[in-house]
Write a protein that binds this ligand. Structure first.
Ligand SMILES: Cc1cc2nc3c(=O)[nH]c(=O)nc-3n(C[C@H](O)[C@H](O)[C@H](O)COP(=O)(O)OP(=O)(O)OC[C@H]3O[C@@H](n4cnc5c(N)ncnc54)[C@H](O)[C@@H]3O)c2cc1C
Length: 196
């Protein structure tokens, strides 16, 4: 059984973003997906300005802007006839506009970004079970050979790590900056904690 700090299940936009941000902040993780390869069709296409801001903070905005097209509005068709129309105009002070980027491109950019931290998606690996113990969480995944095939088990010593993390969080003061990892290119990644 392998120990891992965080196991991310699913290499869609959410899992890839979570894994990349964990790695950027110095947390070890592994990411698995049940599918043998990314999907070739897009569900999400419209990218919100706030997503662009988040990608900016992640160090991904240049790649995203290079691939994205502008999104000025939406026209819905109902029974083949043009229906409601929506304009996506924003005040000029908003730093990014709406953009169009198919989900498979978003996933490719996030996968490439994650690979810069030395983490790749472990494919054909489906989470099968999670067991909560007082001092750890155990996850079992099935790999490509199917139900009768080999299983992989991960152990996350959650309770022990929480004790380690709780002390500095308790001490956190507004605006406290802590260096906790390294971004691609050697730039320091800094976590800011605020007491709520
Ligand atoms: C038709 C449609 C249009 C949409 N348009 C937009 C849009 O324009 N803009 C927008 O922001 N959002 C849009 N969305 C929503 C957007 O697609 C979702 O919010 C987004 O895909 C969620 O990302 P996710 O990573 O959580 O999940 P998903 O993209 O569904 O990815 C989940 C991943 O987890 C894997 N997985 C699942 N179970 C397991 C398991 N047990 N073990 C291992 N791997 C597993 C799957 O194989 C998959 O790769 C749209 C959705 C649909 C259906």
């Amino acid at each position: 059984m392998a120990d891992v700090d965080v196991l991310v299940v699913g290499a869609g936009p959410v899992g890839l973003t979570a894994a990349a941000e964990l790695r950027r902040h110095g947390v070890e993780c592994r990411i698995v997906d049940a599918l043998p390869a990314p999907q070739h069709y897009a569900k999400a296409v419209g990218i919100q300005p706030r997503t662009m801001e988040v990608w900016d903070s992640m160090g991904l905005i240049r790649e995203a802007l290079d691939e994205a097209g502008p999104l000025f509005g939406q026209l819905a068709f109902v029974d083949g006839k043009p229906g409601p129309r929506m304009e996506l105009r924003l005040p000029p002070e908003i730093p990014y506009a709406f953009a169009a980027l198919p989900q498979y491109t978003t996933e490719r950019l996030l996968t490439e970004h994650l690979a810069r931290f030395g983490t790749t998606v472990e494919r054909e690996t489906a989470l099968h079970a999670v067991e909560q113990h007082p001092d750890r969480v155990e996850a079992t995944a099935r790999s490509r050979t199917g139900a009768g095939g080999p299983r992989t088990r991960w152990r996350s010593p959650a309770a022990r790590r929480h004790r380690r993390l709780r002390a500095p969080l308790t001490d956190a003061r507004p605006g406290v900056r802590r260096r906790s990892g390294t971004a691609p290119g050697g730039r320091p990644a800094v976590l800011r904690w605020r007491r709520s």
